[in-house]
Ligand binder design. Sequence first.
Ligand SMILES: [Zn+2]
Length: 85
Amino acid sequence: MDSDARHRAWVAQAQADADRGVIECRICKRHSQLDETITLWRNGFLVFAVCDRCCGSHDVVIRPTGAGIEVRGVSRGPLVIRGAP
Ligand SMILES: [Zn+2]
């Protein structure tokens, strides 16, 4: 599945989920309530959603470009990798 097809599948599922009051975060894939999620709508369609948990640990930047809406999520903290005990 290419990224366009993946996006279309997510939009279709998100629309159905939103009708039930839940939404799948586009970053962590967890389901959250609509009131715990930042959603982006375009032409009446839900095109992006990110949960409060991800917003708490990431700087999420959403900006319109000529090609579409660009979304960047940058982790605020470093990823710490520990060796085996
Ligand atoms: Zn999330």
